[in-house]
Ligand binder design. Sequence first.
Ligand SMILES: C[S@@+](CC[C@H](N)C(=O)[O-])C[C@H]1O[C@@H](n2cnc3c(N)ncnc32)[C@H](O)[C@@H]1O
Length: 265
Amino acid sequence: MDIDVNTATLARIYDYMLGGAHNFAVDREAADRIERAVPGTIRTAWENRAFLRRAVQFCTAQGIDQFLDIGSGIPTEGNVHEIARSVNPDARVVYVDLDPVAVMQSRTILEGDELSGVVNADLRQPEAILDDPATRSLIDFDRPVAVLLVALLHVIPDSDGPAELLSRLTAHTVPGSCLVLTHFSSNYGTPEQVEALLELTRNTTTPLLIREPDEILALLGDFVPTPPGLVPVHEWRPEQETGTAQSSGYAVVARKEQPPGRTAG
Ligand SMILES: C[S@@+](CC[C@H](N)C(=O)[O-])C[C@H]1O[C@@H](n2cnc3c(N)ncnc32)[C@H](O)[C@@H]1O
C-alpha cells in the first residue's frame, strides 16, 4: 500500500486530533493550522467520537449485532467492535476505509479477531464494499445491520450522488437496520469560522462541504430518523449536559421501517 507522507490525509489529521500516533508532520501541521484558524475543532472531533459511542450503544440496545463502519478511520480508543462487544460479545464489525494507514492499522489491531474484518474500499463504489469477502462472510443482510457513516458524507460532493450511493449500499438491508451519520453544517460556528474551515480544506484531497438539515435528511432515503431526529451532534441523546454551545454539525440515527401493510415476524 502506498503511503504518501507529504500530503496530509483526513484519516491521519483526524487521528492526530484524537491523540493518535499514526500521523506524519504534514498531518500535524494541517491539524494545528485548522485549530489555530477555528479554535475548538479538535474538541468537535472528540464530540463526534462520543456520538459514535452513544449511537453504537443505542443500536446494540435495539438488538443490532452487526455493523458496517464506512470511513472508519485509524483505530483509536473506543472502536465500534469494542463498544458493541461491551454489550454483546458476539457483535460483528466490518471496517471500511480508503486510507492505507487506516486499513493497515485496523488489520493490525484486528488480527486473529474472527468476528471483525477490514475492507479497503471507497464509499463511491458500494458494490465493492458489499461484495468484499469480509463483508460477505461477516454480515448477514437477512438480519438488521447498522451502517455507519460518521464524519464522512461531508467529503462526498453532490456530483458523486451520495443519496444514490446510500441507496445502493442499503438496498439489501432489512427493516430494523439503521443508518448512523454525522455531517458538517453551517451550525458549526460563526459564518467566518465555517468559511475558514471550508477554505483550509479547499485545496486538499478531501475538501469539506456543507449540507443543511433538509439536504442531510434527503440522503436518508427510506430510513426514518429515530428520536430526537437530526440534531446538533452533542445534543443527540447526551449522557450529561456538555455545557457546550458549539456544535460539530448534525447527527442522526435513522431506521428502516416495515413497509406499510406488513407486520414484523
Ligand atoms: C473524519 S474521519 C472519521 C473517522 C470515523 N468515522 C470517526 O468518526 O471517528 C473520515 C474517514 O473517512 C475516510 N474516507 C474519506 N473518503 C472516503 C471514501 N470515499 N470512502 C471510504 N472512506 C473515506 C477517511 O480516510 C477517514 O478515515
